[in-house]
Design a protein around this ligand. Structure first.
Ligand code: 3HC
Ligand code: NAI
Length: 640
């Protein structure tokens, strides 16, 4: 039974059991409607406890139903029936109480949560707004500014914050059902909708907060709609606000942005469907990272945050201590930003060590190599790893471009070698490319997939080629951007078009940030190696020859006087020496850039480097900030 009712004395227990996340599917909604009727009809029942089996309370409406016409009973009607019941309903919450799940809980007359429960209205992340009264009930339970952050920001809050704001009535350890039963006598069936809104004390500050949320969304319409819905809840009678919320929700459900966001939601969950990701894994508790520079320190921190024990190995003692400092700075940053307490940080530090002694790698279950991007340097490190590590330890490389199969063949047992390509900064960026060389053991692939989940990464499998998936697409659209400026466009027009499209920054700003010398070195390497598709970039080369490497030298495509980026007249003069200016409109720029991404994506698929187009989209969204609400370049090529 998806929804069952049992009775102990005068208390009815309504249990939802709809794995994996108890989504409010048609069966759940129908079951709840019947449960309300049964409890109302049973004179022996004086209070009802609503809870869920399994790992979570209802995590939202069933997203899989969104592409079909809505089926009765609708969630708002189910919630209205519960709210209007003559007996108190108490929601017992655990896991992730999200979207329609939180709306259901808010329709109940009291809420008790287990410690560790997270509660939120993440609908904006699916291109929607809450559609079952969330925008109207939440500002009646919590202050308006808190409601706005939750609804238009879409981030869940922990149970203690929910208690402090008034969203829930109690946090209870131990047996939650007993705690709810104890509370039952004190709860009256007062509808949440009958409460007054908790209007903002300073409406101007509230309006500024709303404007900031909309600006940060960079064109995502659901955020602006969510703001409007909260404003309606503050300004209109509840019934009117409810009707307007539902209409906006139904409207948004069919919007191209919502379709794109649903697509990427499921695409992210489908990237590791390869059977090799699902088999037996090797235990990983002790990780060693070789090379403690930009990437190695970030990878070490990511592993520490995930609860692993980490040893960092560097070339010599001073480099080991510099690497340790970098890791310590990342941990300190987490404390400063309020992500963890000093005590938690200190306990992570206890699981960290660093040295320059190869013998210290003997206990590692997994070694991640992150030394310079140089074939000889890496080959030397792998020879050392072959000698120093356990025969069953997994050897991973973080190389960005080198041939992982060739590297694997340099050790006695190539089946234990895999690519784990993190993105900078590795403790923050979501994307992890699991690069699968020829001959790798299945349990090594499965272990990498399990590790990616433990690290909280969005992982995609990639075949071996120059640049794997994300960097390969990046190279293609960078080359197109170079072609655009060689044809007469200005780099500032190109960047503005990309930002207007929803990218966090333009391709030239990005180059200035990471350093133009990196692309210069890559071009020289490609030219020397005769990589197919290599394209020279004389204008970029000219900037590098002038020593303009971007932010770190104070100038690149832009000038950085006092930190702020400004178009540079010297760059304009340099461009003018190469070609006449020919302005080009933003749509045409984006058509060219997207076309380059899509052509490269098609080649990546043809060569079997990615298993499915949606993996390429996930890589571009998680790795390079391609706007989620546009789905990804491959999604756009299939969408009229
Ligand atoms: N509907 C349908 N399926 C869902 C779902 C949902 N709301 N939420 C999760 N699933 C599925 C996933 O697709 C996945 O399926 P799979 O095993 O076949 O790939 C499975 O449940 C497990 O999900 P995850 O792999 O994501 O498991 P996690 O434990 O990592 O995360 C979660 C669980 C935090 C609940 C996460 O899945 C999540 O954030 N889900 C979406 C929550 C959400 O956006 N809710 C709002 C929906 S819209 C709404 O409620 C509208 C309302 O206002 C009317
Ligand atoms: P980096 O130059 O910042 O760090 C490299 C570190 O390796 C240095 O600290 C150096 O002392 C150490 N090292 C060199 N030889 C060593 C040896 N034999 N034993 C132990 N340590 C040794 O380089 P970065 O940027 O961290 O790059 C490392 C790897 O990560 C490269 O393969 C690179 O392509 C890859 N990568 C880099 C990204 C970036 O944005 N920087 C992104 C993704 C991957």
């Amino acid at each position: 039974m998806t929804v069952s009712v049992t009775r102990t004395g005068a208390i009815a227990r309504v249990t939802i059991d709809n794995p994996p996340v108890n989504a409010a599917s048609h069966a759940v909604r129908s079951g709840l409607m019947k449960a309300v009727a049964d409890c109302e009809a049973d004179a022996a029942v004086t209070a009802v406890i609503l809870h869920c089996a399994g790992r979570t309370f209802v995590a939202g409406a069933d997203i899989r139903e969104f592409d079909a016409p809505p089926q009765e009973p609708h969630l708002p009607d189910v919630i209205a029936a519960i709210e209007g019941a003559s007996k108190p309903w108490i929601a017992v919450l655990h896991g992730t109480v999200l979207g329609g799940g939180l709306e259901l809980a808010m329709g109940c007359h009291a809420r008790v949560a287990a410690p560790g429960t997270r509660l939120g209205l993440p609908e904006v992340n699916l291109g929607l707004i809450p559609g079952a009264g969330g925008t109207v009930r939440l500002p009646r339970l919590v202050p308006a500014d808190v409601a706005l952050t939750m609804i238009a920001g879409g981030k869940p809050v922990p149970a203690d914050a929910a208690l402090a704001s008034g969203l829930i009535d109690a946090v209870a350890g131990g047996d939650l059902l007993d705690a709810a039963t104890a509370l039952a006598g004190d709860v009256t069936p007062e509808p949440t909708l009958d409460r007054a809104v908790r209007a903002p004390q300073d409406r101007d500050a509230f309006d500024r907060q709303a404007a900031t949320l909309v600006a940060k969304a960079r064109g995502q319409v659901s955020v602006a709609e969510a703001v409007r819905a909260v404003e309606r809840a503050l300004d209109l009678p509840a019934a009117e606000a409810l009707a307007a919320e539902r209409a906006a929700f139904l409207d948004l459900k069919g919007h191209p942005q919502a379709r794109a966001l649903r697509y990427i939601f499921f695409a992210e969950r489908g990237t590791l469907s390869d059977p090799r990701c699902k088999g037996a894994t090797r235990p990983v508790e002790q990780v060693a990272v070789v090379g403690g520079g930009t990437m190695g320190s970030g990878i070490a921190a990511a592993c520490l945050f995930a609860g692993l024990t980490v040893h960092l190995m560097e070339r010599d003692a001073p480099a080991a201590s510099a690497g340790s400092m970098r890791v310590a700075q990342i941990l300190d940053g987490a404390v400063t930003r309020g992500r963890m307490t000093q005590g938690a940080r200190d306990s992570l530090q206890m699981r960290f060590s660093a040295s320059a002694a190869p013998a210290d790698l003997a206990q590692a279950d997994l070694v991640i190599e992150a030394v310079f991007e140089d074939r000889d340097a890496k080959t030397e490190v792998f020879a050392m790893l072959d000698a120093q590590t356990r025969a069953d330890a997994i050897l991973a490389t973080n190389t960005s471009y080198l041939d992982v199969t060739a590297l694997a063949r340099t050790v006695a047992d190539p089946s234990r070698v895999i690519g784990l390509h993190f993105f900078a900064p590795a403790h923050i960026m979501k994307l992890l490319e699991i690069v699968v060389p020829d001959g790798v053991a299945d349990d090594v692939v499965a272990t990498a997939a399990a590790l990616s989940k433990r690290l909280g990464k969005t992982a995609v499998l990639a075949g071996v080629c120059d640049g794997f998936i994300a960097n390969r697409v990046l190279t293609a659209y960078r080359q197109e951007a170079d072609a655009l400026i060689e044809g007469g466009a200005s780099p500032y027009e190109v960047d503005a078009a990309m930002r207007g499209f929803g990218m966090p920054m333009g391709v030239f700003e990005m180059q200035d940030l990471s350093g133009l010398d990196i692309g210069w070195a890559a071009r020289k390497r490609r030219a020397a190696a005769g990589v197919p598709g290599y394209r020279p970039a004389p204008i970029s080369d000219a900037l590098c020859e002038a020593g303009w490497f971007g932010r770190k030298t104070g100038r690149g495509w832009y000038r950085y006087d006092e930190g702020a980026a400004a178009p540079c007249p010297d760059v304009a003069a340099l461009l003018a020496r190469h070609r006449p200016d020919r302005p080009i409109d933003a749509d045409r720029i984006m058509a060219r850039i997207l076309g380059a991404m899509q052509r490269e994506g098609a080649a990546i698929l043809d060569e079997g480097i990615a298993a499915r187009a949606s993996d390429i989209d996930v890589a571009m969204v998680a790795g390079f900030g391609f706007p989620r609400w546009r789905g990804g370049p491959m999604f756009l090529s299939d969408t009229p």
